[in-house]
Design a protein around this ligand. Structure first.
Ligand SMILES: Cc1cc2nc3c(=O)[nH]c(=O)nc-3n(C[C@H](O)[C@H](O)[C@H](O)COP(=O)(O)OP(=O)(O)OC[C@H]3O[C@@H](n4cnc5c(N)ncnc54)[C@H](O)[C@@H]3O)c2cc1C
Length: 324
């Protein structure tokens, strides 16, 4: 078993940024990714456009050129592939990390393919793997989706979109524009304030004019092959339904993090304990990077504001290694 200075778990944009900084600092490292390169971005909706302009998504000084100021998903995939090849990053794909064991002076890392030993570990795990489940009858039916890819399959179909944040709103508008009959089921009394300011009036006006139906202060509680049942302020209703797109958000892999000894604040977001100066968790030499740092507050960190985590961590790590 070959020992490394550093193992980085996750080849999302921030895991890659950590690899670049490690390489610049002369540390031996491997980035281990359970899916394809930038796996979360790959699973975003096919027609998605980033809200950030391309230069704000750049890492490792590689220019990100896109056709419009805000790049598309496919331009971002091209870009991060290019980053990976131009920096010749040491990335292992389709290899899931299953266990990280702290053995005092080093970590033992078990994956689906191998075992590694490293002095330090960075968790750049993102939050896109575990959707919030509705936990209701019928959720397991094939017509219920927790990830959305494209509008075409929903043409001419009765689609229920659950949620009122950015993803739900984007999905409702896109499927409606491509010919679906869309009903939004929203627990709150309004579309979320955090919805992109250039999209919010669009959905609000579509709801007002009746093009997209919406039930506010309402909850779905049963799904059958042809219907959904919802609780509304005006009583329970049964609606005809072909598809349920549950855009209810995602959460970081808390159990996996706990298994490594990471502790959490007692706040509503279940924020992991880490130092903002170094990004080190309560476990020595175990670091967090990227969106995973926000716990359940998944709109706190983005690519554009968490790229900097890579430099902070490698600066701290390099300092420790040279003073030893
Ligand atoms: C629809 C959408 C639009 C967005 N638009 C923007 C935008 O415009 N601008 C912006 O800055 N941000 C945007 N974001 C947020 C941004 O995409 C994420 O913040 C970004 O993916 C975070 O990068 P990351 O590297 O922290 O995590 P991720 O990209 O999620 O990477 C984590 C990686 O870890 C891997 N992984 C997890 N567990 C394991 C394991 N056990 N073993 C091995 N690998 C593992 C995952 O497969 C994944 O590839 C958007 C997010 C969404 C959902």
């Amino acid at each position: 078993m070959e020992g490394k200075d550093l193992i980085i778990i996750g080849a999302g944009p921030i895991g890659l940024a950590c690899g670049i900084e490690a390489q610049k600092a002369g540390l031996s490292y491997v980035i281990i990714e359970k899916g394809c390169l930038v796996n979360s971005l790959y699973h975003y909706p096919l027609n998605m456009t980033f809200f950030s302009t391309s230069e704000r998504l750049e890492i490792g000084g590689v220019p990100f050129i896109s056709n419009s100021p805000k790049p598309t998903r496919s331009e971002s995939l091209e870009y991060y592939r290019r980053v990976c090849t131009s920096w010749k990053l040491n990335v292992k794909l389709y290899e899931k990390v299953e266990e990280v064991k702290n053995e005092g002076d080093a970590f033992n890392i078990k994956t689906t393919k191998d075992t590694y030993r490293a002095k330090a570990v960075i968790l750049a795990l993102g939050f896109y793997d575990l959707p919030y489940l509705l936990n209701i009858e019928g959720e397991g039916l094939p017509k219920v989706k927790h990830y959305y890819d494209e509008p075409h399959p929903y043409f001419g179909q009765k689609v229920a979109v659950i949620g009122a944040a950015n993803s739900a709103v984007d999905v409702a508008l896109e499927t409606w524009r491509k010919g679906a009959e869309v009903t939004m089921i929203i627990r709150e009394d309004a579309i979320r304030e955090s919805v992109k300011y250039w999209v919010k009036p669009d959905i609000e006006n579509r709801i007002k004019e009746g093009s997209v139906k919406a039930f506010f202060n309402s909850e779905i509680f049963r799904i059958t092959p042809n219907t959904i049942e919802i609780k509304t302020p005006a009583g329970n209703k049964i609606l005809e339904n072909d598809f349920v797109l549950a855009m209810t958000g995602y959460q970081p892999p808390f159990d996996f993090m706990k298994s490594m000894g990471i502790t959490f604040h007692k706040d509503e977001y279940h924020t992991p304990v880490y130092s903002e100066e170094t990004m080190q968790t309560n476990v020595t030499n175990l670091y967090l990077a990227g969106v995973v740092c926000g716990g359940l507050k998944t709109n706190k960190w983005f690519i554009e504001n968490s790229r900097v985590h890579a430099e902070i961590i490698i600066h701290d790590l390099k300092g420790k290694m040279t003073t030893k």
